[in-house]
Design a protein. Sequence first.
Length: 277
Amino acid sequence: MERKKTFNVLFWLRKSRTNESLSPLFCRVTIMGQRYEIPTNCHISPASWSAVAQKSLGKTAVDKETNRYIEDLKLQIEETCNKLRQKNYPLNIENFKLMFQSEDNEYSTIKTLFEYHMIMEGKKLSQSTCYQYGVTLKYLLSYVRIKHKVADYDISIIDAAFVNEFFAYLQGYLRQDNMKRCDINGALKHMERFKKVMEMAFNNEWINRNPVKALKAHKEKTDINELDEEATFFEVKRKSDNIDMKVLENKAAAFLRATGEFKGYKISYKGLSMDDM
């Protein structure tokens, strides 16, 4: 019995759309039975096309240009597969589409968008806030691995269903990992960070709208005072001149990373000297 091919590239004419004796050329990538069609914007005569040779047999300038385009696209497809292998990503249709489409925009995925956010805003944020953005990113990547079986996700196809399900995931839905389950207030803080990063993509016109803005959820009132959702780190020195707030922030960030405590909390810092006591 012949083994079914797991990967195939096919160029074909869509003759049903023939206009003025020319048909549009399409490329179809098939991986494990799932298809992804790539329009080429090339139009050639059906009489010149060879399905067996996968090229035009015509002699016109248009035929020659089409054949050059086919070879270039084959190389791009091969390069996309090689990138997936280099990154140890599974070769499936979703990962292929993600990697192939990201060639046009360096920041077209969740991970690269968060990296862009850190490049643009990181210097304005405290280390603890940067750490919290990193935690939000970890939740997002864990969610897309579980739900969509991909290592990253195209931001242009994030919709209301994605946003609502990710919000539910933060609170325990679909959970197949050891990430900490959030209460609704903690989940909302992650969604707020997600919304800010997606708003940056919207402002750069990388997406048509920010779907996170449409989330309908409200913070729960608790019997605990609002101050209980804040954590303050203190640096105590004999003299106030010896207090270095940057050192304190670094120590706090290291503690947060090591312990995983105070996730979702508002972090503040305060220096005290003996004169303050």
